[in-house]
Design a protein around this ligand. Structure first.
Ligand code: C2O
Length: 546
């Protein structure tokens, strides 16, 4: 196994998109940031040097960080921010994971531009469980704002309204040629006729689930979130923020230029969103890129993408995921948790510039009616490790305090979340089930839920209210997909299981960033087990102080 050393200089860089140049926070001047390529078993040493004017942290999304929460990165959860002018070195090892993951900033809205791919190849000599592709490409889907995303966030936090929607979606940082001033820089993926290539698709968008498709070409899904899947073929994928999907594509069409495109999958009714399409070009090498000499390049054809509200297609796609083999799923459950996830509104007693949400309210989000509040003077992990009192409590409710029809016509007067920093304690090795239930308090919505430090089995999913007696017997405990991010269907529920074998404080949250900042998050405190191998490692000496 190798150790890979990198310096990540976080800095403001002029970046031109949509006809205008913006001062953009980047890593090493690159947008998207550098692609990390490692093998399973390798170690990474990444020195983050903050030369920007914002506090920042970096997160290695999906890396399990066994016994090593200090390298996980969510701000005020496992570390204090790296302040302007400061540095922090993330040190971690990939342990029995392979596939596509990614990294991103995990403080405020900096991940809008601070992100990149993390590619984990199998150990030396170990093949993929599918024929070796001829080429591989990371395909990072993102969002671009004409304004500084940090200002968009600040305004939303101040007014209590939804943030401004983005001005473009992007593929590898480029909006593509359907947007103004973008055609020259459109991302091009070269392919030889007859070749099979692997696309490592990552949804790095802040706020948007996306449909993705390539004109005239079928996609064979072979992995997601750094776990292999039983291969299945589709012409369109749906991918939630945080998720990765590896697909094989065979260039078996007439040599030419074909668009690959991504567009919103939007489930919240009446919510504003960007309805535009980002494109890149799949370019057969044998097809002349500029057409014949002196002739304009042929215009590629667009794939047909589902309508923005096509929940049926999105659901049918997600339902096809299986592990390619039997996986270890807890059959018995020690901790049976039921979490409501959803949007809420805080009533404002009088009109105020801070209450510009629907009908003069402010948006909020919660899990079990607790809207997660981050500490400011410490990280939860440091507070726990050093036995600091008063930073958090461990009374996170295992199910919501009010029982009713979550997806029915309910009065939101019943649903006023409390703001608190509550953790849920898990004994080392306990077998955990969480059913996450979307609510319709404001509107139903697909919430991509991400758990740090773990990969979980997605054992069940459905619409309406979860009914344990009816739904539990139907769980897939044989070959469920293993993931780190899964959408709670709009007006539905999803059930996951995992063994709490990674001690530390681990954040779980909605990967739609406005929902995260409004409080759709909670943290688990997984206690140490017995002996060194079940105990959190000591913190690194350069761990930032608040
Ligand atoms: Cu990809 Cu908590 O994040």
């Amino acid at each position: 196994a190798e150790t890979h050393y990198h310096e990540f200089v976080i800095q403001a860089t002029p970046v031109k998109r949509l006809c205008r140049t913006h001062s953009t926070i980047t890593v090493n001047g690159q947008f998207p940031g550098p692609t990390l390529e490692v093998r399973d078993g390798d170690s990474l040493v990444i020195k983050a040097i903050n030369q920007a004017r914002y506090n920042i942290t970096l997160h290695w999304h999906g890396v399990r960080q066994l016994r090593n929460p200090w390298a996980d990165g969510p701000v005020y959860v496992t570390q204090c921010p790296i302040q302007p002018g400061a540095t922090y070195t993330y040190r971690f090892t990939i342990q029995n994971q392979e596939g596509t993951l990614w990294w991103h900033a995990h403080s405020q809205w900096l991940r809008a531009t601070v992100y990149g791919a993390l590619i984990i190849y199998p150990r030396l000599g170990k093949p993929y469980p599918f024929p070796m592709p001829k080429r591989e490409f990371p395909v990072l889907l993102g969002e671009w704002w004409d304004r500084n995303p940090m200002d968009v966030l600040k305004l939303a936090l101040f007014t209590g309204a939804a943030p401004n929607v983005s001005d473009a979606y992007t593929i590898n940082g480029q909006p593509g040629d359907l947007y103004r001033c973008s055609s020259k820089e459109t991302t091009v993926f070269p392919v030889g006729a007859g070749e099979t290539i692997l696309l490592r698709i990552i949804n790095a968008a802040l706020e948007q689930e996306l449909f993705f498709s390539v004109a005239n070409h079928m996609l064979t899904v072979v992995a997601a979130d750094a776990a292999y899947t039983k291969p299945f073929t589709t012409n369109v994928i749906m991918i939630s923020p945080g998720q990765t999907t590896n697909v094989l594509l065979t260039a078996n069409q007439a040599p030419g230029r074909y668009y690959m495109a991504a567009r919103a999958y939007q489930t919240a009714q009446n919510a504003a969103f960007d309805n535009t399409t980002t494109t890149a070009i799949l370019q057969y090498k044998s097809a002349p890129c500029g057409g014949k000499k002196g002739q304009p390049a042929s215009t590629p054809i667009l794939p047909s993408l589902p309508a923005f509200n096509d929940t049926a297609t999105a659901t049918a796609f997600t339902a096809q995921f299986r592990s390619p083999w039997k996986v270890k799923v807890p059959l018995q459950v020690d901790e049976n948790l039921f979490f409501t996830v959803g949007l809420g509104l805080i009533n404002c007693s009088r009109p105020s510039p801070r209450c510009q949400g629907p009908n003069g309210t402010r948006f909020t989000t919660s899990i079990n009616n607790v809207s997660f509040v981050l500490p400011r003077a410490n990280s939860l992990m440091q507070a726990y490790y050093q036995n600091m009192p008063g930073v958090f409590t461990t009374d996170f409710p295992p199910s919501p305090p009010i029982k009713f029809d979550y997806t029915g016509n309910v009065s939101r007067g019943l649903w006023q979340p409390v703001k608190a920093t509550k953790l849920y304690k898990l004994k080392y090795g306990s077998q955990v089930q969480i059913v996450m239930q979307d609510t319709s308090i404001v509107t139903t919505e697909d919430h991509p839920m991400h758990l740090h430090g773990y990969q979980f089995a997605v054992v069940g999913m459905g619409f309406g209210n979860f009914d344990a007696r009816r739904d539990t017997p139907k769980f897939n405990l044989v070959d469920p997909p293993m993931r780190n991010t899964i959408g709670t269907p709009p007006g539905g529920w999803v059930a996951i299981r995992f063994v709490a074998d990674n001690p530390g404080v681990w954040l779980m949250h909605c990967h739609l960033d406005s929902h995260l900042i409004w409080g759709l998050a909670m943290s688990f405190l997984v206690e140490n087990g017995v002996g060194e191998l079940q105990t959190v490692q000591p913190p690194p000496l350069d761990l930032p102080r608040c």
